[in-house]
Design a binder for this molecule. Structure first.
Ligand SMILES: C[S@@+](CC[C@H](N)C(=O)[O-])C[C@H]1O[C@@H](n2cnc3c(N)ncnc32)[C@H](O)[C@@H]1O
Length: 328
């Protein structure tokens, strides 16, 4: 059974609704930066930090790696999504999101599963934008927010970011897709390693070798988190040292306006003073109601960030890449 985008129907209107940011009495809802509860009616999932397994690929049967190549960017490896459909019944899935998405034939179950098991098309738009503009990552701290497969963070990692944190709503996504994908790409980079002490070429198969190693160069620079954005923000702010991010990537995360407040709070709380948020999105998400127009309005009402359009894609549903930076 194929996963479907049940809110992603191929019609395009710029429909907007002025009721969107009003409460039940038609008054404007308070949209202040630190307020994360006024418009939130969503279920929550407590944020946790995940320790990656030594060899996260070893417990995944029949995995099929796919290579994603965008322009001159380094090829990115990731697990093919079909493996989740084929092996749902035999996987560890304490959240039961694999069974539920298959049963309901849906890519999104609000508050239960937020769509991270597949790669959404705006991720490719953002990768293309990075390829065109040559964003540098060396020495930067990066957050891939609502990461799903984690391709944006993985690119930053491969391109010299000093720290990349990956966040997804679902722990199953982090454990079964994001971590294995990061691992796959680390493996790729570490394959060239010779034995540093003897200078000999390492001839063991990569996955076996990795199982024996206790650390990987790139993995040492990563953090993995699941949970909703409110509790993720609290978790990060309670860390003893929590330097802020130079870059926050977030792709296809503004489909539900109930989440705008918590998403905005994460930007406010975790972006460095001179940092930048790259947000890739469709114009409008049919069936869910969110989209760029509403989110832009929300951001403008809060008066914390300025939004800049960086790239528009006109094929099919209109898509955009925009940046958010703190107002000076
Ligand atoms: C449609 S998926 C997009 C996945 C990936 N960024 C991509 O472009 O392929 C939306 C992502 O946003 C995250 N997300 C959505 N709402 C969230 C919330 N309220 N709290 C935490 N994460 C959320 C989920 O983790 C999910 O992976």
């Amino acid at each position: 059974m194929a996963f479907t985008f049940n809110f992603d129907i191929p019609l395009q209107t710029e429909e907007t609704n002025d009721k969107e940011n009003k409460d039940g009495n038609g008054k404007d809802v308070d949209l202040k930066c630190s307020d994360t509860s006024a418009t939130e009616q969503t279920k929550t999932k407590n944020a946790i930090e995940h320790e990656p397994l030594l060899d996260p690929l070893s417990h995944i049967e029949n995995w099929v790696p796919e290579t994603i190549t965008v322009g001159a960017l380094p090829p990115l490896l990731c697990l093919n999504e079909s493996v989740f459909e084929k092996t749902a019944h035999e996987r560890e899935d304490s959240e039961e999101i694999l069974a539920k998405t298959l049963n309901q034939n849906s890519d999104l179950i609000t508050g239960v599963y937020e769509g991270g098991l597949k790669i959404w098309e705006c991720t490719y738009d953002l990768l293309e934008y990075i390829d065109d503009e040559g964003e540098t990552f060396t020495g930067k701290r990066v957050l891939d927010l609502g990461c799903g497969a984690g391709l944006l963070g993985i690119l930053a990692l491969k391109r010299g970011a000093i720290k990349v944190d990956f966040q997804d709503y679902n722990s199953t996504v982090i454990e079964q897709l994001t971590v294995p994908n990061v691992f796959l790409n680390c493996e790729d980079d570490d394959d060239d390693d010779d034995d540093e002490e003897t200078g000999e070429k390492n001839s063991s198969p990569p996955s076996k070798r990795k199982a024996l190693n206790t650390s990987h160069k790139l993995l040492d620079h990563c953090g993995f988190f699941s949970g909703d954005w409110n509790s993720f923000l609290t978790l990060m702010q309670n860390k003893p040292s929590s330097p802020k991010y130079d870059i926050i990537f977030t792709s296809e995360t503004i489909y539900n306006r109930d989440y705008y407040s918590s998403l905005h709070s994460v930007f406010c709380g975790l972006l460095a003073e001179n940092g930048i948020v790259y947000l890739a999105t469709k114009s409008h998400y049919f069936g869910v109601g969110g989209g760029l127009h509403l989110f832009k309005k929300f951001v403008e009402q809060n008066e914390v960030f300025q939004i800049k359009y960086l790239k528009d894609v006109e094929q099919g549903l209109k898509r955009h890449v925009v940046s958010l930076t703190f107002k000076k």
